[in-house]
Structure formats: structure tokens, C-alpha cells
Ligand binder design. Sequence first.
Ligand SMILES: NC(=O)c1ccc[n+]([C@@H]2O[C@H](COP(=O)([O-])OP(=O)(O)OC[C@H]3O[C@@H](n4cnc5c(N)ncnc54)[C@H](OP(=O)(O)O)[C@@H]3O)[C@@H](O)[C@H]2O)c1
Length: 336
Amino acid sequence: MTTDTRPLGTTGPHVFPLGLGCMGMSGMYGDADRPESLATIHAALEAGVTLLDTGDFYGMGHNELLIREALRTAPPARREQALISVKFGALRGPDGSWLGYDARPAAVKNFAAHSLQRLGVDHIDVLRPSRLDPQVPIEETVGAIAELVEQGYVRHIGLSEVGADTIRRAAATAPITDLQIEYSLISRGVEEEILPTVRELGIGITAYGVLSRGLISGHFSADRQLAAADFRSFSPRFQGDNLTHNLALVEALRKIAEQKGVSVAQIAIAWVLGRGADIVPLVGARSRERLAEALGALDVTLDAADLRAVEEAVPADAAAGDRYPAPQMAQLDSER
Ligand SMILES: NC(=O)c1ccc[n+]([C@@H]2O[C@H](COP(=O)([O-])OP(=O)(O)OC[C@H]3O[C@@H](n4cnc5c(N)ncnc54)[C@H](OP(=O)(O)O)[C@@H]3O)[C@@H](O)[C@H]2O)c1
């Protein structure tokens, strides 16, 4: 297993090359198993993982409270190595409904104050708006986080799912450590303009959806029963003919994985790891078994021939279906 670290941009901390995304432990992909979630966070820290990613709206605070519990029950050295990345801004009702975004300066400080309490920490390592609030100039949102940095409540400023213009405006306001954005074998839109922009500005990438929410993990099948609230039950890539098409891509990848004696998920994660040392994939493992598989990707090297085979199996624009349903796609500044 690697002992290397990767920088979160030129101004951020160095982190273990894979981060743990905790969202799936709070209901986004159906019910989660609390003891197994806690054990998974502990196992990740034990393996050396440093970056834990959450959002205050994942389970309406549930995810932050879960992380608090995991850190409280972890050995002190493990607790101290953890860096917590928090997204804010999404507004939700008690029934889990999505009510829009709020990234006004007062809201930024209010969300941060609540996150600090829920997490039981005196500072947040990276704080980021989950989406661009169309009513609020990014300078105001980032400016408010910069004030929290000055006051010691936040260490670093991140962004999420924003496009090149917004990234430039944010970076002109305050140092930005990383952009969190979907990047995988079947979600390669970032390569055209966003990746060159962050590289020019010295901003890192925390890549999410590297397994396309399980679709290209090699474990997903068309007969999987999904709860109504599971994101995948309404995600375009998991519907009807799109799903059939996308799972055929996975079978093509499986042949390559089998030849290399690794799993499909490991190929998909290794591919993102190989896109640059400035990219830190966030894996959404919510069991120790899935985590171990994901960590195994660190030992997988894709040589030039492997990369050619992977690109042939899954060409850049091979996916059928958008990565979000239409109303959510419309909220992505990164897709404009
Ligand atoms: N900024 C944003 O807009 C944004 C959006 C989404 C997510 N995120 C962050 O990114 C993190 C990762 O995103 P994600 O959960 O969508 O990504 P992902 O890693 O592409 O998908 C996770 C899903 O893949 C499945 N899976 C199968 N094998 C796996 C393995 N070996 N390791 C990990 N997962 C495996 C899991 O399956 P099971 O069903 O078997 O558990 C889980 O449902 C989230 O937790 C969240 O912190 C950010």
C-alpha cells in the first residue's frame, strides 16, 4: 500500500491519495448500516486515509454526527490525522425534500457554525459551497468563507461543481485548495475546460463519482432493487436502455480487469488516480469490504497498453444518459 500523499492544490494540505466520501452512509443510496459505517470510517483511518468528505445536508446533519461519533471512538492518533471537508448550501425539508440553495454570507457563517457543533471540532479543514447559488456572486460566498479562515474556524476554501469562469472569480477572491467535481471513465466533461483551468491556477481536484455511484463498480446489476429515495432510482444513467448500454461498458471493462487479475472497481479508480497527481479520488465505500477493494486500486498500475484497452472499452463519451436528472443538471454551473 502506498505511503505517498497528494497535494490539495498548491495551498492545501497533503492528503492520502484516496479520500473517503461519507454521503452513502446517510441514506443517499438507500438505507445504511450504522455500525458498518462507523467501522468503515475507522478502517479507512487505520489504512492511512486522511480526507473525510461530507455535506451538512447529507441526511440533514446525520452524516456530520456520524463522523463525529467515528472520530470520538477512534484512537487519538487516527482522530488527529483526519481532515474534514464539508459542503454546505443545499436546503432540505424534514422529509428530505430539496428546497434550493443558499450561499449568502450570513448563511455561510450560519451553516459553518452548525457544522462545527455537529462535528464537535474547533475548525473545518475544507469548507465549500455544494453548488453555485445563482442569486449570490461567488465573490461574496468565498469572501465569507475567507473571513471564517481569518477567524480560525476554517482552514481552506474549496469549490464544488462550478465552471471555469466561476473558478477564476473565486480564485481571484481568496486561495482555493480544490474543486470537487464528478470525474470518472464515463464522466469526462471536466477534461475540456475545467481541468486546464484548475491546473493553471494551482487548484487541486477531489473527484467524486469515480465509480459513477456504483454503476461502473462491477457490482451493479439490472435486477438490483432500489429504494425510492436512492439517487440511482431516478438517475438517468440507471434507467432502462441507458442502464443496459452502460452495463455493457462495464462488461468490456471486466475483461480487462480479469486479464490483470484485479476488479472492475479497481480499474476505474486506478484510471482516475492516473489522470494526475493533483487529483484525489473520493471513494464512496460504506462497508469495510468495499473500502478494501477501493484501497487495492492504489496497487494497480495501468500501463500504456492497459490505458489504450480501457479507452477502447469505454470511449470518452460512451455513457448513455446525463449524470443527473434534468432539474439538477440545470443547477450545475460546471455544465454551462
Ligand atoms: N460535490 C458534489 O456535488 C458531490 C456529489 C456526490 C458525491 N460527492 C462526494 O463524493 C463521495 C463519493 O461519491 P459517490 O458515493 O457518488 O461515489 P462512487 O464511489 O462513485 O459510488 C459509491 C457507490 O459505489 C458502490 N461501490 C461498489 N464497489 C465499491 C468500492 N469498491 N468502493 C466504493 N464504492 C463501491 C457503493 O456501493 P454499495 O451500494 O455496495 O454500497 C456506493 O453505492 C460522496 O460520498 C460524497 O462525499 C460530492
